[in-house]
Design a protein around this ligand. Structure first.
Ligand code: SF4
Length: 447
């Protein structure tokens, strides 16, 4: 049963020491009740409090781990309906589907592509997380051979999809200890698949036609001892899939309804690329924990990875890069000097444009708590005196002969203040848009 803020307060030390990040135990209790804090933030919580509050503040959606220890994918543990309420926790795992009807050469080639698929964006490595092998032949041997090939070559966690319990068991034997996700228990085969999940310590997908039938199925599986469950309600179209996902999450979060408190798997397969991208985008935004696609086309995978990264970054913690002076290209003592904030996206866009220009430059990244240029300026973090102090402390003046500092066009208004705070430097107002940096730099060095 959910504890109220007052119930929780009674279990806290009531010393108001503030070490949990809020000034009083009552304020902390309210945050715990709203699931906006974790009890671990209070170092003085008693064992009784840990027992009682820990259980009550347990994430309403179970954390499920899939795959080998060195390439584990975690899904679930979500606590909010909307990202702006706090943050989404585990990014939608992107899975690519293969079939045991594919030739060995084709599987080898495609799984190698999965392994090598890696995009670096704003300092993060974006990858395909899981592979699904479908037992389209219905036979045991081809399924086992395909699973063996795909698991070894892709290096990713595996989803085993089959209606044949014998094929599933043989595949589970060769993946023992690697926590593959079994797909799928239905009301008809629940006992047999629960036995497999327990025997091989593997997570299990529960699949039923409606949220009510699904809740009945997960209740049965939980009663049999299966804890790590992933939900699937097949839908005829993306609107229905989004509706089911929303119903399941809402029931888990708003009413603490345990039978739907698990991550969700959705399939976007057998479609044209534009339809697949549209449906996958919808489901990444609306609660897919695992999204299975049947393509490796970069027109589908790349936009989904980027969308996922945007949705699953913590809105309370801007992604930051280390504040310092970066040398872009073979910058030397005569190279131009530019300055901007330590918001990760700003850094990667600006440094990318400098690289593209072919003009080596020094890029001064000022500590601005990860804010973008205009936000930092409005908050007083990207002011003339702060930039000047940072440049003086960085030692840049002893490294370069240049005494011209290029500031972002959006903060032209700080140029006078900066010139006063940084004697001997000329302040040049650069372009507003990063896309104009390359032409600006080329013109600057041509003068
Ligand atoms: S750290 Fe614990 S004791 Fe201190 S104010 Fe927070 S809840 Fe109270």
């Amino acid at each position: 049963m959910a504890l109220t803020g007052l119930d929780i307060f009674k279990l806290l030390p009531k010393t108001n020491c503030g070490e949990c990040g809020v000034p009083t135990c009552m304020a902390f209790a309210m945050k715990l009740a709203a699931k906006n804090a974790e009890l671990a933030a209070c170092p003085y919580a008693s064992d009784e409090a840990v027992d009682k509050i820990g259980a009550a503040s347990k994430p309403p959606i179970r954390l499920v781990k899939i795959g080998p220890a060195d390439h584990e994918t975690a899904v679930g543990n979500e606590t909010v309906m909307f990202r702006h309420e706090k943050t989404f926790v585990h990014p939608t795992a992107i899975a690519v589907a293969f079939s045991d009807g594919q030739s060995a050469e084709e599987l080898a080639h495609q799984t190698a592509t999965v392994r090598e698929y890696c995009l670096e964006r704003v300092g993060e490595q974006l990858m395909i997380d899981l592979v699904l092998v479908e037992n389209t032949t219905g036979a045991v041997e081809p399924f086992v051979a395909a699973v063996k090939a795909v698991a070894a070559s892709s290096g990713r966690g595996v989803i085993l999809k089959s209606d044949n319990p014998a094929a599933l068991e043989e595949a589970l034997k060769i993946l023992e200890g690697q926590r593959p996700l079994i797909h799928a228990a239905t009301p008809e085969n629940a006992d047999a698949l629960a036995a497999l999940a327990l025997k091989y310590k593997a997570p299990l997908t529960a699949r039923a036609q409606t949220p009510d039938a699904l809740a009945a199925l997960t209740t049965k599986l939980a009663g049999l001892g299966v804890q790590d469950i992933v939900l699937e309600t097949p839908a005829e179209n993306p609107a229905a899939a989004m509706q089911y996902n929303t119903i399941l999450r809402k029931a888990a979060l708003k009413t603490n309804y345990e039978p739907t408190g698990y991550p969700v798997i959705n399939f976007v397969t057998g479609q044209s690329l534009p339809d697949l991208v549209a449906d996958a985008s919808t489901l990444i935004c609306k609660y897919a924990s695992i999204l299975v696609m049947d393509t490796l086309a970069c027109q589908a995978i790349l936009p989904m990875m980027m969308l996922r990264q945007n949705i699953f970054t913590d809105p309370q913690k801007p992604i930051q890069v280390e504040p310092k002076v970066y040398q872009i290209g073979d910058a030397d003592e005569n190279s131009p000097v530019m300055v901007t904030t330590n918001f990760s996206l700003t850094y990667f866009i600006v440094s990318g444009e400098i690289e593209n220009s072919g003009v080596p430059a020094h890029l001064v990244i000022v500590e601005c708590e990860g804010m973008s240029v205009l936000t930092a300026w409005a908050a007083g973090k990207f002011s003339g005196d702060k930039i000047a102090a940072f440049i003086k402390a960085s030692g840049l003046e002893s490294q370069v002969k240049t005494r011209k500092l290029i500031i972002p066009g959006y903060v032209a208004q700080i140029s006078g203040e900066l010139e006063e705070s940084l004697p001997g430097w000329e302040i040049a107002v650069g372009p507003q848009e990063a896309s104009d940096i390359a032409s600006y730099l080329k013109m600057a060095v041509a003068k």
